[in-house]
Design a protein around this ligand. Structure first.
Ligand code: NDP
Length: 264
């Protein structure tokens, strides 16, 4: 039996063991996926080999440590310097990042090309996603409550605004990457601004999962087709599972099992 795990601190809340174990069972893969509380990110590589893992996911706060631990880093992980998926390949530790590609995968459910995105928020999640969107030649505008974090996005050469300077245009997608609504009832921007955006946008997405945020409630009141953070979580899980099972299964089939697992 092959052993997989998720490393993090904290890690007790992670849904990854539930999702991957259910998918392994349904796909007939002889594997087991557990969670490992890791305090010191620099011990990640030794721990991975000591436990004889075949692969792993890595969550907060060890994604940068995972990048450093790898013998080889592939794809988008090289661009962002952050690894969330590890695979053992011929005795070497190989690193990938499936977070942003997972979101691209989740967006396929809109069944429409997404060419312009308004991103609300300018934190770590926004940075990884925006980097991916720009790589995919998507037109990106980032707006944030405060000016400081927008600097990094100006460097990436996308349009940036604070709430005060923002003049809404039309977008294919509005994406909330702020933590507004995670533990409170806050909207990610002033309501009048968001109403203007909703009137001129085709689809909406929220990175937060596990609850219906005030932002999601608002976009639903405008009948915007939407996905929440669960779709993003499942998307990264699908791509990680493809690495774990060496491209054996159809991504849509893996997705079906991961979504089902989240209903338990
Ligand atoms: P960061 O702390 O790096 O960034 C937070 C951002 O939210 C900043 O831009 C901040 O603005 C903004 N913000 C915070 N509170 C408010 C508010 N009340 N009103 C408006 N803006 C606010 O967070 P992350 O990027 O790491 O995570 C962001 C969200 O994404 C979290 O809710 C997290 O749960 C979710 N997430 C979901 C994932 C998934 O798989 N679905 C994966 C990763 C993250 P300012 O700069 O002004 O402070």
């Amino acid at each position: 039996m092959n052993l997989f795990a998720i490393y993090g601190n904290p890690v007790h809340h992670s849904k990854s063991p539930l999702m991957h174990n259910y998918a392994f069972q349904k796909l007939g893969v002889d594997a087991c996926y557990t969670r490992i509380l890791l305090e010191d990110g620099s011990s990640l590589k030794n721990d991975f080999f000591a436990r004889k893992l075949q692969g792993a996911n890595v969550t907060v706060p060890h994604k940068e440590a995972a990048f450093i631990a790898c013998d080889e880093v592939r794809g988008f992980a090289k661009t962002v310097g952050v690894v969330n998926t590890l695979i053992l390949e011929e005795g070497k530790l190989i690193g990938y990042n499936t977070d942003a590609d997972g979101f691209m995968f989740a967006m396929q459910s809109f069944n429409a090309p997404i060419r312009s995105i308004l991103v609300l928020g300018a934190g770590g999640t926004a940075k990884a996603l925006v980097t991916k969107f720009l790589e995919e030649s998507i037109d990106v505008t980032v707006i944030n409550r405060s000016k400081k974090r927008l600097q990094a996005f100006t460097t990436l050469s996308c349009k940036t605004d604070t709430w005060d300077t923002f003049i809404p245009k039309s977008y294919d997608l509005v994406l909330n990457t702020t933590s507004a609504g995670l533990e409170d009832d806050a909207l990610p921007a002033p309501i009048e601004l968001l109403k203007q955006v909703c009137k001129n946008t085709r689809f909406a997405a929220d990175a937060i999962y596990g609850k219906e945020t005030p932002f999601l409630k608002l976009v639903k009141s405008y009948n915007l087709p939407n996905i929440d953070g669960e779709a993003m979580l499942v998307g990264q899980g699908v791509l990680a599972n493809i690495h774990f099972t060496h491209n054996t299964f159809n991504p849509k089939e893996i997705e079906k099992h991961l979504f089902k697992a989240l209903t338990f």
